[in-house]
Design a protein around this ligand. Structure first.
Ligand code: URA
Length: 207
């Protein structure tokens, strides 16, 4: 599929998501926050779910967490337009509560399709929700971070959620920078990985 085809399919999926009523979050959302960035990105970020500013503007990571994420990207020589950013759930949980299991299950098809279409070399999972969903683990982010995990022809690099860094300060920020540097290394080392497919993606990323 060409980049134009993939970008077009993403737009169709976004339109579909914008009318989604698959879970209760549709009753309280202002906007569906589908995702933002380069449809051909080597690096994709997955957060938890939209907050108030994201819900108002329809764009992920535009609040304080988003500002920190942009700063962290700059620290490793990247910029926001180069990457793609999405969330586990596309609608804001009321009062910024945690997304519930059935809400994540109702939404995960969109994320799986986004990952397949964008086909990044590395996926950085921001915090527990996206890390646990992709890597099917119950191990917490503090123990998971610091490593790249092979996952569906690419790598998942877990790191803290920027909100945790805003709460906990410089030590967490420096660990996030180290994780992003690892993701950049993973991308630089990716050579012909698509020739080594061992599992067909059609069966779904989150069966
Ligand atoms: N936190 C998230 O997990 N996602 C956003 O889009 C904003 C804040």
């Amino acid at each position: 599929m060409t980049i134009e085809d993939r970008a077009a399919r993403l737009r169709v999926l976004e339109k579909e998501a914008s009318a989604c009523i698959s879970c209760r979050l549709n009753e309280t959302r202002t906007t569906v926050v589908f995702g933002d960035g380069n449809a051909d990105a080597d690096l994709m970020f997955i957060g938890e779910g939209p907050g108030q500013h994201e819900d108002e503007q329809g764009v992920p990571f535009v609040g304080r967490s988003g500002q920190l994420l942009s700063t962290l990207l700059e620290r490793v020589g990247l910029s926001r337009p180069e990457v793609y950013i999405a969330n586990v759930v596309k609608c804001r949980p009321p009062g910024n509560r945690d997304p519930r299991r059935d809400e994540i299950d109702a939404c995960k098809g969109y994320l799986a399709e986004q990952i397949k279409l964008i086909d990044p070399a590395a996926v950085v999972t921001l915090g527990n929700f996206s890390t646990k969903l992709l890597l099917k683990t119950e191990v917490g982010i503090t123990r998971m971070r610091g490593q790249a995990y092979p996952w569906w022809r690419r790598h998942v690099v877990p790191t803290f959620h920027p909100a945790a860094a805003l709460r906990n300060g410089p030590r967490v920020i420096e660990e996030m920078v180290a994780d992003l540097q690892l993701a950049v290394q993973v991308i630089e080392q990716r050579t012909g990985a698509s020739g080594q497919v061992s599992q067909p993606e059609q069966i779904g990323l989150f069966p």
